[in-house]
Design a protein around this ligand. Structure first.
Ligand code: PLP
Length: 429
């Protein structure tokens, strides 16, 4: 195949010569980075296959259950596979978990009781959790059940404020929630080993406190997961990394058996717990998605590294920067204006396999405190392991880019975002 063939098809898709050439130049510099991302994917691929073999995943595991879902072999085996791959004692992996926020809400409300206190030692949690906790008053929040909340912000340089964390832990502190990913903030994402250090500190102050990690967007970015460095619970969404782009719904809660059980009693009811919950035919996509997740996550990480390098060289602030190690799949790019954020997101949308012909606009979304623009031409609605971008329309006008089921598609999306900024006269190449 000759190179002009590839250039021509980029042109047919709307990428001009200058943008294409700039992309090629940047990609040339990333060979070593990409090789190390592939090495992580290789390890994680083997880890997943190993877990599937260990638990004797069989053809029968792909079958659907209905009704109560008693004795769903596929569901129960998949939970063992997740637990083993994530270094946990047990896991709850269910299509009845509607999204990541729901998984976190279930883990929190299943393990907290009236009079308990919840502590976040890493600053403000993800927007949608503000209502779960009751930071923003909300019907049915933990606050309404008499569960109080305390927060210690990260220090200026992104490190932990150990002194104030120690002061914040008291006799009522029952659970500490640690968000791995930056979410909609420009703070750094935490590495698994940093999380381990924080957990060790918290346990040195109060050994019986439950340490929970919001692991959204972090799965398989490194070779270890939070439960392997002392987390009692880790929680995530199957329409992000571990669903591998194939899971149509779902969330997981993994960790110590007792705490996973508490969450199961909240997800269904006391007494029933994990015993009920039909899988209605999703088992195959859950297994296959988990199997693909290491390589899909690697594709998304390559896209994030590529985006960082593309925009950093143009003078934009990017978090993480072009050289930093990765601990999640999110790339923040501060574009500085609403127009630039909208153009970027419209570029991501224009590169999608689904709904590429629509132009996303800012909108008020449930759970968020400002208008948000979301670009996602996804096979699974709102799936953010697929190529997607989100931005709250408020200063500093940062866009959060993530996903890409293949590296090649992530590359197209980033080039298209740049194309829209060039077309709008915001960027000059
Ligand atoms: C996505 C995300 C959530 C919430 O997940 P939803 O599936 O959108 O409800 C929570 N925390 C973090 C860090 C996330 O990235």
């Amino acid at each position: 195949m000759n190179k002009s063939e590839t250039k021509n098809i980029y042109q047919e898709l709307g990428i001009c010569e200058k943008v294409y050439q700039y992309g090629q130049q940047v990609e040339q510099t990333l060979k070593e980075r990409f090789a190390s991302i592939d090495a992580i994917a290789e390890y994680n691929q083997l880890k997943v296959v190993h877990a599937m073999q260990k638990h004797k995943v069989s053809e029968a595991c792909m079958y659907a259950s209905s009704g109560y879902g008693y004795n769903d072999l596929g569901r129960d085996t998949l939970e063992e596979v997740y637990a083993t791959a994530f270094g946990a004692e047990a896991a709850l992996v269910r299509p009845q978990i509607a999204c990541g926020t729901h998984a976190l809400g279930v883990a929190l409300s299943g393990n907290l009781r009236p009079g308990d206190e919840l502590l976040s030692p890493v600053g403000k949690p993800y927007d949608t959790l503000e209502e779960v906790i009751g930071i923003r008053p909300s019907r049915g929040s933990l606050a309404e059940y008499g569960i109080t909340y305390r927060q210690v912000d990260l220090l200026e340089d992104g490190s932990f404020d150990y002194e104030n964390i120690k002061k914040a832990i008291n006799s009522r502190t029952k659970l500490v929630t640690i968000q791995r990913s930056k979410g909609y903030q420009t703070r750094p994402t935490l590495s698994v080993s940093q999380i381990g250090e924080l957990i060790a500190f918290v346990k040195s102050v109060k050994p019986d406190v439950i340490c929970m990690v919001d692991n959204c967007y972090g799965e398989f970015v490194e070779t270890i997961e939070p439960c392997q460095v002392g987390a009692d619970l880790m929680v995530g969404s199957l329409i992000k990394n571990p669903g591998g782009g194939l899971a149509p719904i779902g969330g997981y809660i993994a960790g110590r058996e007792e705490y996973v059980e508490n969450a199961a009693y909240r997800l269904t009811t006391p007494g029933l717990g994990k015993e009920v919950g039909a899988t209605l035919g999703v088992n195959q996509s859950f297994y296959q998605g988990f199997f693909l997740s290491p390589t899909v996550t690697a594709a998304a990480v390559k896209g994030a590294v590529f985006a960082a390098n593309i925009y950093e060289k143009l003078g934009y602030a990017v978090v993480p920067d072009g050289r930093e190690d990765r601990h999640d799949i999110i790339q923040a790019v501060t574009l500085g204006s609403a127009e630039a954020v909208i153009a970027f997101c419209q570029g991501i949308q224009a590169a999608a396999p689904v709904d590429s012909y629509v132009a996303p606009e800012p909108w008020a979304m449930p759970g968020y405190d400002s208008d948000v623009i979301m670009a996602a031409g996804a096979f699974v609605q709102g799936s953010s392991i697929e190529l997607s971008a989100d931005a709250p329309i408020k200063p500093p006008y940062a866009v959060y880019f993530q996903g890409g089921l293949t590296w090649q598609h992530a590359k197209l999306g980033i080039l298209m975002s740049l194309q829209k900024l060039v077309d709008a006269g915001i960027v000059n190449l």
